[in-house]
Design a protein. Structure first.
Length: 80
């Protein structure tokens, strides 16, 4: 997982985007379509990601890199 994956999620034009892991690959999809990807694992929603970013300032590339590392480790520990 990379900061670019999180940037894609934040910048998505979907109404309710989520970052999913499907067959070893990360994709940003609309939450309404996650049922179609029944085997996909939801890593984080855009709203959840925004809550994890600094609230008192604009987020930086470093913020995104740290979150990507944390989320990537969590997924790896789950066996993804």
């Amino acid at each position: 997982m990379s900061a670019d994956d999180l940037r894609d999620l934040l910048g998505s034009s979907f109404p309710d985007p989520v970052l999913v892991l499907d067959e070893g690959r990360l994709h940003t999809v609309d939450a309404a379509h996650t049922d179609e990807r029944s085997k996909a694992f939801v890593v984080v929603t855009r709203d959840e990601l925004r809550q994890q970013l600094p609230q008192d300032r604009e987020h930086t590339d470093t913020d995104l890199e740290l979150l990507a590392s944390t989320l990537g480790s969590t997924v790896a520990n789950l066996g993804g």
